[in-house]
Design a protein around this ligand. Structure first.
Ligand code: C2E
Length: 352
C-alpha cells in the first residue's frame, strides 16, 4: 500500500519535494504527467515507500521509465489507496448527513408526540366545557401547531440539503469510478473495465443467444520502434493507434487498452464479419499514415497492426474467447503481420 503522501506534503518541506520531484523526472527523462508527478513525489519524499523502491528497481535495471512503466506502478500501488481514501471520505460525509437527518427526524417525532398529547388534553378540556379551560386549550394548541409547522419546515429544508449533498457525493464517486476505469495515456477504457465489460457481454450472449465478437489488436514491432525512436515517441504511437481503435468503437462497441501496446474491441450483438470489416478499415487507415516525430519533424514511417478476431460460442467463457482471439492474433503475427485473422469457429484455440 502507498504511503499517505498528501499529509507528508502538507508541510513546509512539501515545496522542496515538489521541486526535487520535477528535477528528478527531468534527470531521468520522465514526462511530468500527473501520474508520474505523484509517483516521483513518493520517490523524493518517502524513500522507503513501495513506490520509491519500485522506481529504484526500474532505474537500476537501466530500463527507460516510460509512461507505461509509470502507469503500471501507479495501477498497482496508487489507485487502490486513492480510491479507498475517496470512498472513505464519501462514507464519512454520508454518515454525517444521515446523523443530521436522524436528529431532525427524532426532533420532529418528539414534537408531534407532544402535539398529540396536547390534543388529548384539549379533548378532555372540551368535555369539561369550562370556558377558561377552552381558552387556554386554544392558546396551547395554537402554540403547538406553530411549533409542529416550524419543525416540519426545518425537516424539509434539512432533507433538501441532504438530497443535494447526496447528489454531489454520487457525482463525485461516479467520476472517481470513471477515472479508475480509464487508461491515462490513451483515455480508452483500461484492462479492469475491459474485464468487467467482457464478463457481462459473455453472460448476456450466453443468455440471449445473440452474437458477440472480440478483437485483440497489437502494434507490430513496437519494441523496435520504441528502442529506435525513444519511449516518448512510442507513447505517441500508442495514442495514435488508440485514437483509431477508439473510432472503431462506435455505438455499443467497447474499446480498451488491454496491455502495453495491445488493444481490444468488444462487439456486442455483432458477428465476426462486422468486426473483420471494422478492423480491416482501421488497419488500412493506420498503415497508410506516415507519422512524424514531433521534436524533429522526421518521418517515422508508417506503423502497422495485427489483429485476431473470435466470435463467442455457446460454451465460451471470457478466458476461452480471449484465448481464441489471441490465437488468431498469433497467426496474424506469424504469417507476416499487418493483417487481421479470424479464429476458426470449430477449433479449440487455433485460427484459420
Ligand atoms: P495529440 O497530439 O493530442 O493530437 C490530437 C488530435 O489533434 C489528432 O488526433 C489530430 O486530429 C489533431 N492534430 C494534432 N497535431 C496535428 C498536426 O500536426 N496536424 C494535423 N492535421 N492534426 C493534428 P489523431 O490524429 O487521431 O492523433 C491522436 C494522437 O496520436 C495525437 O494526440 C498524438 O499523440 C498521436 N499522433 C498522431 N499523429 C502523430 C504523429 O505524426 N507523430 C506523433 N509523434 N504522434 C502522433
Amino acid at each position: 500500500m502507498a504511503t499517505d503522501i498528501d499529509s507528508l506534503l502538507r508541510t513546509p518541506k512539501g515545496y522542496d519535494w515538489a521541486r526535487l520531484a520535477i528535477q528528478a523526472m527531468e534527470t531521468h527523462r520522465v514526462w511530468p504527467t500527473a501520474v508520474n508527478f505523484e509517483l516521483w513525489m513518493h520517490y523524493v519524499a518517502a524513500k522507503d515507500s513501495d513506490v520509491a523502491v519500485r522506481i529504484d528497481q526500474v532505474l537500476q535495471s537501466g530500463a527507460a521509465f516510460t509512461d507505461m512503466v509509470g502507469e503500471a506502478i501507479a495501477a498497482e500501488l496508487l489507485p487502490a489507496s486513492k480510491l479507498s481514501g475517496e470512498i472513505l471520505d464519501a462514507g464519512k460525509s454520508l454518515s454525517a448527513e444521515l446523523d443530521t437527518v436522524s436528529r431532525a427526524i427524532e426532533s420532529a417525532r418528539e414534537t408531534s408526540e407532544a402535539y398529540g398529547q396536547q390534543l388529548a388534553t384539549a379533548t378532555e378540556s372540551l368535555e369539561e366545557q369550562d370556558p377558561e379551560a377552552v381558552r387556554s386549550m386554544v392558546e396551547n394548541l395554537s402554540v403547538a401547531t406553530r411549533k409542529v409547522r416550524e419543525e416540519n419546515q426545518a425537516l424539509e429544508s434539512q432533507l433538501a440539503d441532504t438530497t443535494d449533498e447526496l447528489g454531489r457525493l454520487r457525482e463525485h464517486l461516479e467520476q472517481v469510478r470513471r477515472e479508475a476505469m480509464t487508461d491515462a495515456l490513451t483515455m480508452l477504457a483500461n484492462r479492469k473495465a475491459f474485464d468487467e465489460t467482457l464478463e457481462d457481454a459473455c453472460a448476456q450472449a450466453a443468455t440471449t443467444g445473440r452474437p458477440l465478437t472480440l478483437a485483440v489488436v497489437d502494434i507490430d514491432h513496437f519494441k523496435v520502434f520504441n528502442d529506435t525512436w525513444g519511449h516518448q515517441t512510442g507513447d505517441q504511437v500508442i495514442r495514435y493507434v488508440a485514437s483509431v481503435i477508439g473510432r472503431v468503437a462506435k455505438d455499443a462497441r467497447f474499446a480498451a487498452r488491454y496491455g502495453g501496446e495491445e488493444f481490444a474491441v468488444i462487439f456486442p450483438d455483432e458477428g465476426r464479419d462486422a468486426a473483420l470489416s471494422a478492423l480491416e478499415a482501421a488497419r488500412e487507415e493506420i498503415s497508410s499514415r506516415i507519422l512524424k516525430r514531433r521534436s524533429t519533424n522526421e518521418d517515422l514511417g508508417a506503423i502497422t497492426i495485427s489483429t485476431g478476431i473470435a466470435e463467442f460460442r455457446t460454451a465460451d467463457n471470457p478466458a476461452a474467447l480471449i484465448e481464441r482471439a489471441d490465437g488468431a492474433l498469433y497467426v496474424s503475427k506469424r504469417t507476416g503481420r499487418n493483417r487481421t485473422t479470424l479464429a476458426d469457429m470449430n477449433s479449440a484455440s487455433q485460427a484459420a
